[in-house]
Design a protein around this ligand. Structure first.
Ligand code: ADP
Length: 526
């Protein structure tokens, strides 16, 4: 066969040629909508590529973006990647010292920044020796600053491609807040094949007639691949900007007729809470992709039953580009009684072709006991950026740090993160299972279970809840919700009520912060 490198420039070239009039919608800082087409975005991205080349950016150079999901960010991604440079996405919710550490580790040369994040970029620029220049994405009111709208004005469109499919396209760091930063370098080939994987019917199921809203940020794990997948099929792309509250998202879904949206559970919860409180519906939305953290069965049910959505519960990691598994019905599950079917399909699901996974249990092979979850595949990490040691074992298997089991239908259930498991008297208690049960209580908005130190047992579970405003249920009521469904010794030793559950940098409940705060909660006598 013809050698035809799988490089991501081909994705936007395809959209430009075959879906040129399809829209890319972007919400600006003032809430105003900016409308462009794939053809216009491709033209602007090519001219931005030319400006980058003029500035001396070469194949393999790292160019960072610090931005929300916007049209300019979309163009910057392709402008950087399609000339063989590496798009290093930075999380604007991190502070300047951590961002600087990451940018220096990556050797990032240029920083492309959303105008609203300029002070953060300037603090990084002052502290990071590798950053040569800042470019403001779009328009800047300040003439002393380089802004991409002005820089591309003079340029002719650059030619894209001409490098191999193993060339690096993107770089994303998993965590900058503790320990050494760990960079994951994505190749063009991995991104291209990941795109083909996620558009399949049993994965995200994208079609040309869809309107896709990636609420998951472009700065975290490739926005789950949707910024490649939408142009790949010619779907309309809606980029929500920085305001991800229920009201803003609901308006956008209604006005732009969004059919598929993807977000972490806390964002979905905000969306349905807002809709229910105001007697609104999710309108044209047909499919909800939920992932990035365990989704409570109660939320899955609300989305499916009350809002009539086709819900896809997905599991993945930055290290896997990021999709690992997703839940969609199979012939087997369709034949199950209703409740049994829900229990299976509520899990994190099954791997698409190209993802291999296995659960290493201490027990009998083939049993459905929980154990360490390991993965490998075409879009999985080999080694962290700058590391010489492989990230996986001899066979390439990467330890995800998750604990999982695989049921008789081949559905994977994440039972916990290894570091979140409560180890009581040498036995494991699944924090996620307790959280799911506690959240069934009608007064509970968010529930988290963390390990508190115990003299007698090593660790004991502690239930932390955020209740609905004005709710007055007792601790006994909350624990009664759990008792009966788990062994008695799993019952949390105490209940803590918080006004607002702390959220981490990517919108997931920050269990590390909770663990640190409540580790001594049970006192020395426990
Ligand atoms: P981090 O959350 O550490 O910043 P990632 O976004 O890569 O980095 O998160 C990957 C982890 O998130 C997984 O290892 C897993 O623990 C958790 N996760 C992701 N999706 C799910 C899910 N659907 N159910 C349970 N846990 C999930």
């Amino acid at each position: 066969m013809l050698s035809w490198p799988l490089t991501v420039n081909r994705i936007l070239e395809h959209a430009e040629r075959w879906h040129g009039n399809r829209e890319v919608i972007s919400v600006g800082a003032d809430g105003g909508i900016v409308r462009k087409t794939y053809a216009q975005c491709a033209d602007r991205a090519r001219r931005l590529s030319a400006a980058l080349s003029d500035r001396g950016v070469r194949t393999g150079d790292r160019v960072a973006t610090l931005a929300w999901n916007t049209g300019e960010h979309f163009e910057a991604w392709y402008a950087i990647m399609c000339i063989g440079a590496v798009c290093h996405t930075l999380n604007p919710r991190m502070d300047a010292p951590n961002l600087t550490r990451i940018a220096e580790h990556a050797g990032t040369r240029l920083l492309l920044v959303d105008p609203s994040l300029l002070p953060l970029a300037q603090a990084m620029h002052a502290a990071c020796p590798t950053i040569e220049e800042i470019w403001v994405l779009g328009h800047s009111g300040d003439r002393t600053l380089n802004a991409t709208d002005a820089l591309i004005g003079e340029q002719q469109p650059a030619a894209w491609g001409g490098f191999g499919e193993e060339q690096a396209a993107g770089l994303c760091y998993t965590s900058g807040t503790a320990g050494d930063p760990k960079g994951v370098l994505y190749s063009h080939r991995a991104n291209f094949l990941h795109t083909l994987m996620v558009i399949q019917p049993d994965v995200f199921g994208l079609r040309a007639i869809d309107t896709v809203l990636p609420i998951v940020p472009m700065f975290h794990a490739n926005a789950w691949g949707l910024v490649f997948a939408a142009p790949a099929v010619g779907a309309k792309l809606v980029l929500p900007g920085r305001h991800l509250d229920g009201a803003s998202l609901l308006r956008l879904i209604g006005e732009e007729k969004v059919s598929i949206a993807a977000a972490v559970p806390t964002v979905w919860q905000g969306l349905v809470d807002h809709a229910d409180a105001n007697g609104e519906t999710l309108g044209p939305l047909a499919r909800a992709v939920v992932g990035g953290a365990a989704c409570l069965p109660s939320l899955l049910r609300r989305l499916a039953d009350e809002h009539d959505l086709d819900v896809r519960h997905a599991w993945g990691m930055t290290e896997m580009s990021p999709l690992g598994t997703i839940s969609a019905p199979t012939a087997d599950t369709l034949a199950l009684p209703e409740e049994a079917r829900r229990a299976v399909e509520g899990a994190q699901g099954r791997p698409p072709l190209g993802v291999e996974l296995r659960v290493e249990t201490a027990g009998t092979p083939g049993s459905d006991a929980a154990g360490k979850l390991k993965i490998r595949g075409f879009a999985m990490i080999e080694r962290y950026y700058g590391d010489s040691a492989p990230a996986g074992d001899d066979g390439g298997w990467f330890d995800t740090g998750d604990v999982a089991r695989i049921d008789a239908h081949g559905f994977m259930h994440i039972t916990d993160r290894e570091k979140d498991v409560v180890k009581s008297g040498g036995e494991w208690i699944s924090s996620q299972e307790l959280e799911a049960l506690a959240a069934e209580h009608c007064d509970v908005v968010h529930a988290a279970v963390v390990a508190a130190d115990s003299k007698q047992w090593g660790e004991r579970p502690l239930l932390i809840v955020q209740l609905l405003p004005g709710a007055c249920c007792s601790d006994e009521d909350l624990l009664a919700q759990i008792a009966g469904s788990v062994p008695r010794w799993w019952l949390p030793d105490a209940v803590v009520r918080v006004d607002a559950m702390p959220l981490g940098l990517t919108g997931k409940i920050d269990k590390r912060a909770l663990r640190d705060t409540y580790r001594d909660h049970l006192g020395s006598g426990a």
